[in-house]
Design a protein around this ligand. Structure first.
Ligand code: FEO
Length: 420
């Protein structure tokens, strides 16, 4: 398979990896993947956009040599520094030492980490910056976190082609290469979005603000099919996926609190009801309660994504929270939970570690855990259920910003320490 022309003077020079079955440990790749790299020829030089994984470098260089000589290469653009796109970079720099690197402003530290050198010549670029190839211009769009902080897209103005990096990509290997030729890759496109882009939903929306006005005639992503047939459909699909489809009937100003629990003997379930009752005493909070035993992780992750606060109720069994709670927590890497409020409660028989373990996990996910969890030994008494209600109320007050925090001055702190 040779280099493939996308437009006059624009070629795909990437590599196929049909046998890959797992990517980055977390992604299944039933159809393998492609590492897409591109070559753009202008009247005053050639640009290479991205490279490939190191173990596919041979294919990449063969295709590159089919469309250019190394001494013609003036520009190397790295839309993303993850090794699946930069594996062949050191060798390319050795073969084309005159070429200038263009990376996003956020990629500088990563580039040093990748190439282990402090003497690199590169140009950091931001949205609006451009580089000329004579009769062609590459313009940069900073699109951070899609999928690393360093990521950017590159717009070839005169041809209306967007080199989009991981954005609009998917792990789907098919040598027919174009979206109107390959097999049905909808599953891969959606799967890739859910695992790679979804945690950065707000950044997707920011990127779409930059991309939509361009109305690309062709989108050339870093993985999977090249989108030449109706590329706008894929841009539109990203917007659909990034914008919640159902609105919260409680109103835009209400905070949402979701309580997930599991209960062996009904004790943690009773605590859950009391937590809910307490939270509902606070105006402006919509409270929902779910028994994890009766649901599935996928829809619960959707609920978490839209919630302002999340409470987990788990009994302690063999010194641990129960598996369905961990299953849900481990799936939260798919969504952005940073700065959401979190809390935990649970009944226990003899040790009761679950609550603090869940709190630690939520802190690890950068959630805020403002109210200390409630633990009850076996069957909750009326007093303990009152405690659960107070816990729910406190959490709701935190959620609605009604908690008055006392600011301790240094003087007061010193005084209290002197008396301690
Ligand atoms: Fe395809 Fe995030 O690398």
């Amino acid at each position: 398979m040779s280099a493939i022309e996308l437009a006059p003077g624009v070629h795909w020079i990437g590599a196929l990896d049909p046998d890959l079955r797992e990517f980055d440990i977390i992604l299944k790749t039933a159809n393998g993947t492609t590492y897409n790299a591109y070559c753009v020829r202008g009247s005053e030089g050639v640009a290479v956009i991205d490279t490939v994984k190191e173990n596919r470098a041979e294919d990449f260089f063969a295709r590159l040599e089919a469309v250019t000589a190394y001494d013609e290469i003036k520009v190397i653009v790295l839309n993303h520094l993850e090794p699946d796109h930069t594996g062949a970079l050191p060798e390319l720099m050795r073969r084309a030492p005159q070429a200038r690197l263009y990376i996003s402003i956020k990629a500088q530290i990563m580039l040093k980490g990748l190439l282990k050198s402090d003497e690199l010549a590169y140009t950091p670029v931001n949205t609006g910056d451009s580089v000329s190839l004579g009769d062609r211009t590459l313009r940069f769009l900073h699109t951070p976190f899609l999928h690393w902080p360093d990521t950017q897209c590159t717009w070839l103005e005169e041809a209306g082609i967007l080199f989009s990096g991981d954005v609009f990509g998917c792990h789907y290997c098919d040598p027919r290469l174009f979206n109107d030729k390959v097999g049905d890759f909808r599953f891969s496109f959606e799967y890739y979005y859910q695992h790679i882009m979804r945690p950065f939903r707000e950044h997707v929306l920011d990127a779409l603000e930059l991309i939509e006005p361009l109305a690309p005639g062709l989108i050339a992503p870093a993985h999977g099919p090249i989108l030449r047939d109706a590329p706008a459909r894929y841009v539109h699909r990203y917007r659909q996926l990034a914008v919640p489809q159902l609105q919260n009937e409680a109103g835009d100003h209400a905070k949402t609190l979701v309580i997930f629990y599991l209960s062996s003997y009904g004790n943690t379930a009773r605590m859950a009801q009391a937590v809910r009752d307490g939270a509902e005493e606070v105006d402006g909070v919509r409270v929902s309660v779910y028994d994890l035993q009766g649901g599935e992780v996928g829809p619960f992750v959707d609920l978490v994504e839209g919630a302002d606060g999340i409470v987990f109720g788990s009994p302690t069994i063999n010194g641990d929270a129960v598996k369905p709670v961990w299953d849900l927590l481990s799936s939260l890497t798919m969504v952005n939970v940073r700065d959401k409020f979190g809390a935990a409660f649970g009944s226990y028989g003899w040790s009761g570690e679950a609550v603090s373990m869940l709190e630690d996990r939520m802190r690890g996910l950068k959630m805020r855990v403002p109210v200390k969890g409630v633990r009850v030994k076996l069957i909750p008494t009326d007093d303990e259920l009152t405690l659960c209600r107070a816990f729910g109320r406190d959490l709701a007050l935190n959620l609605t910003g009604q908690v008055v925090r006392k600011v301790i001055t240094m003087e007061e702190l010193n005084r209290s320490q002197a008396h301690a």
